[in-house]
Design a protein around this ligand. Structure first.
Ligand SMILES: Cc1cc2nc3c(=O)[nH]c(=O)nc-3n(C[C@H](O)[C@H](O)[C@H](O)COP(=O)(O)OP(=O)(O)OC[C@H]3O[C@@H](n4cnc5c(N)ncnc54)[C@H](O)[C@@H]3O)c2cc1C
Length: 472
C-alpha cells in the first residue's frame, strides 16, 4: 500500500485527493490523508449564505477559457451547477480623477481593438491614443527569448505610462495584489508575450486573433461560477473522499527524510509516507522542508516568492436606496489615493447572488500597496469602505449586511524572473523523490491553474507507482 500525505486542504490539495480517490476506487493500492491546519477545508474558497445573499469571501468565479476547473466540476457531476457571468451587462469602470470612466469596448486587457470606442473614451489622453496608433504602425522590438521584464515596463514599451497607470496596474493589482512594476510579464501575461513574438505589435496581434475567431453562436462567458457558490466544489470533493482521509485542525510542523519516504511532524506525533504533497503557500513549504538535508537552495528559492494579503468586504444595500451605474464594477488606480482596489457589483455579474431589490457589492483591499490594512479591526475597515463608497458612488445608505474577510499572505507575487526561479526550484526538487510542490505559487494563481497542478500531482504519483511496479 502506497501512503500519500497531502498537506493543505485548499482547492489544490483537495483536487489531488479527489483524483487519487478515483484511482483507489479502481483498485490501485493507495491510501492518502489530507492534513489541514484550519477547522474547515477549502482554503481561500469560502461561501457564506447570509440573508438570501451568496457571499464569496475569496474567489467568486474562474476564467472560462482555462478548462481544468470546469473539467473537475464535470468529474464531480457539478456541470448543471455551472453558471456564466452575465456578459451582456459587462462594463468595468476605472476611477480617474474621482470619476468612473468605462473601459472602452473591445479592449483586450490593455490592448485596443476598436478604434471608435478608444477615440471616444475619456480614459486615455490624446497622447495615449496616438501612442496606440503608433504601436500598430511602428511596434517596439520584442523581448529577447530568455529575458523577462515587469508588466509596467512591457506596457510602457508598447504604449506609455498612462496605459500602465490607468489600466495595467489596476487590472493586475485586482488579480495579484501586486504592482505592475513588480510583476513578471512572462509569468502573468504569457499570451501578450506570445502575441509580441508573433506580431511585434500587440494591437495587430489582438486584431488578428479577433479576425481568426469571428463570433459564431453564443460566445463563452468570460467567468464561470457555481450556482450555489464556489464552496460547492469543495463540499462536493469532500463528499467523494472517505471521511477518515480528511483531517482538519492538523497543522504539519516539519518534515524528516527517511530511507523510503518522508516523516511528517505534527504537534504530538509523527506519521510516515512514501509521497508528500505540499499544497500550501510557498512560504509555508519553505518552512516545512527547512530541516531536510540539502534543502538550502529550494528554501532560498521558495522564500524569494513574496506573498501579499487581501481583504474582501461584502456589503448589501436596498437597491432603491443607492444609484449604481450598470456593469460589473470598478477598479481604482494607485494615484487616486484610495484604499479600495476594486469593487464588484456582484448582483449584476452573476444571477441569483442577491434577492430582487438587493445590491450586493464586494470590495477588495490590501495587496502590496496597503500592508497595514490587515492590522485594522473589521469596524475600522468598514468605516473606510463606507467613506470611500460615498466619495466614489455617492452611497449614503446604511448597508443591510457587512462582512469583512481577511486573507493573510495568501496571494503569491510572480516577480520578474518568476518562471526561471520556478524552473530552478523544480530542478533542485528532483533530489527529493516523492516530495511534490503544488498550489498557487508556481504555475498560475487562478483556480483552474491550481486544479491542473493538483491533478498533475496525482498523475505523477500514479506514474511513479507504475514504474516502481515495473522494476519490482
Ligand atoms: C481574495 C481572493 C480572491 C480571489 N479571487 C479569485 C477568482 O475570482 N478567481 C480565481 O480563479 N482565483 C481567485 N483567487 C485565487 C485562488 O482562489 C487561489 O489561488 C486558490 O484558491 C488557492 O488554492 P490553494 O489550495 O493553492 O491554496 P489555499 O486556498 O491557500 O489553501 C492552502 C491551505 O493550506 C493550509 N495550510 C497552511 N499551512 C498548513 C500547515 N502547516 N499544515 C496544514 N495545512 C496548512 C491552509 O489553512 C489552507 O487551507 C483569489 C484569491 C483570493 C485570496
Amino acid at each position: 500500500m502506497t501512503r500519500v500525505a497531502i498537506v493543505g486542504g485548499g482547492i489544490s490539495g483537495l483536487t489531488t485527493a479527489f483524483y487519487l480517490e478515483q484511482e483507489r476506487r479502481r483498485g490501485v493500492p493507495i491510501s492518502f490523508t489530507v492534513f489541514e491546519a484550519a477547522d474547515r477545508f477549502g482554503g481561500v474558497i469560502r461561501t457564506e449564505r447570509i440573508d438570501g445573499c451568496i457571499v464569496e469571501a475569496g474567489p467568486d468565479s474562474f476564467l472560462s477559457t482555462k478548462p481544468w476547473a470546469r473539467e473537475l466540476c464535470d468529474d464531480l457531476r457539478l456541470s448543471s451547477q455551472l453558471i456564466g457571468s452575465r456578459d451582456e451587462d459587462r462594463k468595468t469602470y476605472i476611477l480617474i480623477n474621482g470619476r468612473l470612466e468605462p473601459i472602452p469596448l473591445g479592449m483586450q486587457m490593455m490592448v485596443p481593438t476598436r478604434v471608435g470606442s478608444v477615440l471616444r473614451s475619456r480614459l486615455f489622453s490624446r497622447q495615449t491614443k496616438l501612442a496606440m496608433a503608433r504601436e500598430y504602425l511602428w511596434p517596439p522590438q520584442p523581448l529577447g527569448a530568455d529575458d523577462d521584464e515587469s508588466v509596467a515596463s512591457f506596457v510602457s514599451r508598447h504604449f506609455n505610462s498612462e496605459v500602465v497607470d490607468h489600466l495595467a496596474d489596476p487590472l493586475l493589482t485586482g488579480i495579484y495584489g501586486a504592482d505592475a512594476s513588480a510583476l513578471s510579464v512572462r509569468a502573468t501575461l504569457p499570451l501578450m508575450i506570445d502575441m509580441e513574438a508573433r506580431h511585434r505589435s500587440l494591437v495587430r496581434g489582438a486584431l488578428a486573433a479577433k479576425a481568426s475567431n469571428p463570433a459564431s453562436g453564443a460566445p463563452q462567458p468570460l467567468f464561470t461560477a457555481l450556482r450555489d457558490g464556489m464552496q460547492r466544489m469543495v463540499e462536493s470533493i469532500i463528499r467523494h473522499v472517505p471521511r477518515e482521509a480528511l483531517c482538519s485542525c492538523r497543522t504539519i510542523e516539519g518534515m524528516n527524510a527517511q530511507e523510503n519516504g518522508w516523516q511528517l511532524r505534527l504537534a504530538e506525533t509523527t506519521e510516515d509516507f512514501e509521497h508528500v504533497i505540499l499544497a500550501v503557500p510557498a512560504h509555508v513549504s519553505a518552512k516545512l522542508i527547512g530541516d531536510l538535508p540539502g534543502s538550502e537552495r529550494p528554501v532560498e528559492l521558495l522564500s524569494e516568492i513574496a506573498h501579499s494579503s487581501a481583504v474582501t468586504v461584502a456589503l448589501a444595500f436596498d437597491s432603491s436606496a443607492i444609484g449604481l451605474p450598470p456593469g460589473f464594477g470598478f477598479l481604482v488606480p494607485r494615484r487616486e489615493s484610495k484604499r479600495i482596489i476594486a469593487c464588484t457589483f456582484v448582483h449584476n455579474k452573476f444571477e441569483n447572488r442577491a434577492p430582487a431589490g438587493t445590491a450586493l457589492l464586494r470590495v477588495f483591499m490590501g495587496g502590496s500597496r496597503d500592508l497595514e490594512i490587515l492590522d485594522l479591526t473589521d469596524e475600522q475597515i468598514t468605516k473606510i469602505v463606507r467613506t470611500e463608497l460615498r466619495e466614489i458612488l455617492n452611497i449614503d445608505a446604511t448597508p443591510q449586511l457587512v462582512r469583512v474577510f481577511k486573507w493573510h499572505k495568501a496571494m503569491p507575487q510572480y516577480g520578474v524572473g518568476h518562471l526561471l526561479r520556478i524552473a530552478r526550484l523544480e530542478m533542485h526538487m528532483q533530489r527529493f523523490p516523492g516530495l511534490h510542490l503544488i498550489g498557487n505559487a508556481y504555475h498560475g494563481i487562478g483556480i483552474p491553474d491550481c486544479v491542473r497542478a493538483g491533478r498533475a500531482a496525482a498523475d505523477a504519483i500514479m506514474r511513479r507507482m507504475r514504474s516502481q511496479r515495473a522494476l519490482a
